[in-house]
Design a protein. Structure first.
Lengths: 451, 246
């Protein structure tokens, strides 16, 4: 420890031209912290400022829905946090391999990388707390329960803020440690460990069986036609659908990518499809949060559309609840897309830095930068489209009788959900575009690296 | 009857205070195999990159078949490299998620060749280089020598008239290195194409038709007598002009 701290201090000096690899994870952590605090504040406001008792249990409904929204956003938040920490931990491969060359043990070098990554996360988290405070006035304008949320209900207890920050720091450290386990720290360099993709068809078989059971079960429940049945359908579709998505997701991506590899006529399509096929599980992890969001958006959107259409003569409190549920679904979906967009951008930046030498060699061979950019964007956007459309269609099919009713009673609600999903896909595309300068810098650096 | 395919005039390049190229003149004939040797930091890779249009010199020109490539913009130089030059790097630097045949075919697909035709041509090259039956293997499933053969196939499948190789055998044992050099020479000079390679290995260099030496950015046809000595062939105050064999 006597020598570790001085070495850590020496190693923490920024390398010239390496600001992006520090700025990217720090920015991602700032965003994760700010969004998490905002979502937490919004969810807790329904507990600190509950709806007035109305005999229909509206206050309890708000609280439960707030917790569901929070739970839905936790996974993409943690995915983004983990990506940021991994990027941060792996940003200094040359320094780390030099330390190994000098005789430092893999454990010491790994520990130093984790400490560095955590320090970057702390910077980002601090910035995120400031960002949360700055964003609150705008968030306070969002209407729930017939009035604006207001600033008072959104200020979190400082202890909650500190606890959230501490949890994120722990997440950063764990993710960085996991990220470092995926690379081999050798004196000759830092290399990603090669792992053969293992996605078995049994996943698809189990998933298909579960889908049939779920569909048949729900078809029978719908026959009762009562409101209670609708609630049961929604809950069953939600829980079963999510399990189904996670079971089948990697296999579906593998199947699509395999098909695209066979059919690819251009370099871009071939490269993108092969990238997905290299690790369908990794591709799925990146978009799994989106699958859940798209699924819930259609389930909730359909439910709301049906209730809306059948809701003539309902009370003000119930009308408010339906409107607020719609607002909540939209906020959850948009926040989820925003997180996946950031996660895609950070992951892409990490992938470019990991494969620096390969990109430089392709550039030297004359591969146009537009081809490299298009291939890496397609490798993300293709799963995004498959997952978004696939999970939306899956939820639509599972809820078919209700989806049909929603189309008749409230087509506009479904159109709004479709529009949000399309907008979200655009947001992810922008997140990927934001990582393009990293490729530019890598290639520019490569053109001057010669003896 | 040979002709100059690649010519450099008064090339100079500095990186900060370091001189990478110092007034270098060079002519390379079509069908030649030229090895450039030199210590690390001598400027040999900068020379290779400048000849290939990867790096732009601070001064001087490089002409390929009569075209001044230093006057081309980045997009034009990329196109030239893609269509007319081939490259073999030390680690192969093949795309790990693609199979052997896809790595080779990619070079043709980037030039607009249909995938089916690209893979058919690539299969021919892989077979020619002794890799029949390995077309569907991913790069991680090939040995270092096999991966370098895939890189050679990729460099020549487009019909590139010049192949630039940067330490192509640097990561290989001596036996595999000899095999890869044989494959590289047969695929290039053996077909009337030109090979320009950078190496530390005198055994590898001796297989080429001409060996040049770089020292502190100065190019000479003979190994400098001692570190810091003026290279043979350099006239005081003048450029170091190295013509190809006549």
């Amino acid at each position: 420890m006597k020598t570790t701290i001085p070495i850590l201090w020496m190693m923490s000096r920024p390398a010239p031209g390496n600001k992006a690899v520090v700025a990217l994870p720090a920015t991602a952590f700032a965003l994760v912290t700010a969004l998490l605090l905002i979502v937490l504040a919004g969810a807790l406001s329904f507990f600190t400022h509950p709806a007035p008792a109305d005999g229909f249990g509206t206050a309890g409904a708000y609280q439960n829905l707030a917790l569901v929204a929070l739970a839905l956003l936790i996974l993409p938040l943690l995915t983004l946090g983990g990506s940021a920490a991994r990027l941060s931990a792996r940003r200094r491969d040359e320094r780390l391999s030099t330390l190994r060359l000098l005789g430092a043990t893999p454990a010491l070098v790994g520990f130093m990388a984790v400490v560095e990554a955590t320090a970057v996360a702390v910077l980002g988290i601090a910035a995120g707390i400031v960002l949360y405070a700055a964003a609150l006035p705008a968030v306070a304008l969002i209407h729930f329960q017939g009035h604006a949320l207001g600033l008072a209900g959104l200020w979190l207890d400082p202890l909650v803020v500190l606890a959230t920050a501490a949890a994120l720091i722990v997440l950063a450290a764990i993710s960085a440690a996991v990220g470092m386990r995926q690379v081999a720290l050798t004196p000759l360099g830092v290399r990603t460990r090669q792992k053969a993709p293992t996605v078995h068809w049994v996943r698809a078989a189990l998933g298909a069986g579960a889908a049939v059971v779920l569909y048949l079960g729900m078809a029978n429940i719908t026959a009762s036609g009562s409101i209670a049945a609708v609630v049961v359908i929604l809950l069953a579709a939600f829980a079963g659908g999510l399990a189904l998505l996670n079971l089948m997701g990697p296999y579906v991506l593998k199947w699509f990518a395999g098909r695209q590899v066979r059919r690819a006529a251009t370099a871009v399509r071939l490269l993108a499809a092969r990238t997905i096929l290299e690790s369908p599980k990794a591709a799925w992890r990146q978009v799994s949060g989106l699958a859940m969001t798209s699924f819930i958006a259609v389930v909730a959107g359909t439910g709301l559309a049906v209730l809306n259409g059948a809701g003539a003569g309902i009370g003000t409190a119930e009308a408010n609840l339906y409107n607020d549920m719609r607002t909540g679904v939209m906020i959850t979906v948009v926040a989820s897309f925003l997180l996946v967009a950031c996660s895609a951008g950070v992951n892409q930046a990490a992938a470019i830095l990991d494969r620096r030498e390969l990109y430089i060699s392709l550039d030297r061979m004359g591969m146009p930068r537009t081809v490299m950019d298009a291939a890496r964007k397609r490798a993300i956007m293709s799963p995004v489209r498959i997952v978004t459309v696939g999970s939306a269609v899956l939820s639509g099919v599972l809820l078919f009788p209700l989806t049909g009713l929603a189309m008749i009673f409230s087509p506009l609600s479904l159109l709004v959900i479709a529009g949000i999903l399309a907008g979200g896909i655009g947001l992810i595309w922008l997140g990927l575009a934001a990582s393009a300068p990293v490729l530019g810098r890598v290639l520019a650096g490569g053109s001057t690296a010669a003896d | 009857m040979t002709s100059v395919i690649l010519g450099a005039r008064s090339l100079s390049k500095r990186y900060g205070a370091g001189i990478a190229l110092d007034n270098v003149d060079l002519d390379i004939q079509a069908g030649e195999s030229v090895a450039v040797m030199g210590a690390s930091g001598s400027g040999k890779t900068t020379l290779l990159h400048t000849l290939a249009g990867i790096t732009i010199p601070d001064a001087g020109t490089v002409s390929y078949s009569g075209t001044d490539i230093t006057a081309l913009n980045e997009t034009q130089r990329s196109k030239l490299r893609r269509e007319s030059f081939g490259f073999v790097f030390q680690q192969g630097l093949l795309i790990p998620e693609l199979t052997a045949i896809e790595n080779v075919a990619l070079a043709l697909m980037l030039n607009g060749v249909l995938r089916r035709d690209a893979e058919a041509q690539s299969a021919g090259w892989l077979a020619h280089l002794g890799l029949s039956g390995m077309e569907g293997r991913r790069i991680g499933e090939l040995s270092g020598g096999q991966a370098q053969r895939v890189a050679i196939a990729r460099a020549q499948v487009t019909g590139a008239r010049i192949v630039f190789a940067d330490e192509p055998t640097g990561a290989l044992d001596s036996h595999t290195s000899a095999d890869v050099m044989t494959a590289l020479l047969e695929a290039t000079a053996g077909r009337g194409h030109t090979l320009v390679l950078v190496t530390h290995d005198s055994t590898v260099a001796s297989r080429c038709s001409r060996t040049l030496y770089m020292h502190d950015g100065v190019l000479s046809p003979a190994l400098p007598a001692r570190p810091g000595a003026a290279p043979a062939g350099e006239s005081a105050g003048g450029s170091n002009y190295l013509a190809g064999p006549r």
